[in-house]
Ligand binder design. Structure first.
Ligand code: 13P
Length: 267
């Protein structure tokens, strides 16, 4: 069985005292060894102090991005080895905000963000640095309405995981985050999530073979809250959650961890 994995993507939220307070409350609530993997992903400037804050706890640390080159003239960027050095276990890559929100606008008015090709380079750099990449995929509302969801997911999986072999693919986590569900309060229904996750699993089987694909964890992300987490996490191909807004409050994030544990029959 795949070990469920719930991560909090803090995005550009929480100052250092607030991050420390949140982790301290989480540590107090998580007693013993949890049956799922748990991570928090603060902004990169806080990774070192947050590594201290989570020390000797079951909570692991994730970064929100990295640059694929090892070193050089890349002002403002952070390499995979540098991320690893802070104490990170995970790194989120290709988040939809980096694909669609952050970056210059092209002539058509759309943001020219990260491409699958960039994300595949970052994924390989993360694996070389012994980080576990959380590779995000997901369709926009326009793509869903146009019936392109499966084609978009296939293209993103193929492109973002280009160059990987079956052995390294098993170390990757996929996050399915429909863009229309992120920060909108409108989560995918369990059926929509399961359909997308099943489709992604099918592409992974084609690409890496059944054994490797069955080992890859696929998180769901997009308006996950304590009150909708149970039904979402019960879906057989949903192996956990990548949580945005609800990860900024210890009580809500803990509620999602509990729901995940219950949904998977682990406690
Ligand atoms: P929300 O949970 O705030 O919708 O954000 C999801 C997300 O983008 C996690 O990476």
């Amino acid at each position: 069985m795949r070990r469920p994995f719930v991560a909090g993507n803090w995005k550009m939220n929480l100052d250092l005292p607030a991050g420390r307070a949140l982790v301290s409350e989480l540590r107090a609530r998580i007693t013993g060894a949890p049956p799922i993997d748990i991570a928090v992903c603060p902004t990169s400037i806080y990774l070192f102090p947050m590594a201290k804050a989570i020390a000797d706890s079951p909570i692991r640390l994730g970064a929100q991005n990295l640059w694929h080159e090892a070193h050089g003239a890349f002002t403002g960027e952070v390499s995979a080895a540098m991320v690893r050095e802070t104490g990170c276990t995970y790194v989120i890559l290709g988040h939809s905000e980096r694909r669609h929100t952050i970056g210059p606008k092209g002539a058509d008015g759309r943001v020219q963000g990260e491409t699958d090709e960039m994300i595949s380079k970052k994924t390989q750099a993360a694996l070389r640095a012994e980080l576990i990449p959380i590779v995000c995929v997901g369709e926009t509302l326009a793509e869903r309405d146009a019936g392109q969801t499966e084609a978009v997911l296939s293209r993103q999986i193929e492109g973002s995981l280009a160059g990987l072999d079956a052995a390294s693919s098993a170390r990757v986590v996929i996050a399915y985050e429909p863009v229309w569900a992120i920060g909108t309060g409108r989560n995918a229904t369990p059926e929509q999530a399961q359909d997308a996750h099943r489709h992604i699993r099918g592409r992974l089987v084609e690409r890496f073979g059944k054994a490797a694909a069955e080992a890859i964890r696929i998180q769901y992300g997009g308006s996950v809250k304590p009150d909708n987490a149970l039904t979402l996490m019960k879906c057989p191909d949903v192996d956990g959650a990548l949580v945005g807004g609800a990860s900024l409050k210890a009580g809500d994030f803990y509620g999602i961890l509990e729901a995940c544990i219950r949904a998977k029959g682990l406690g």
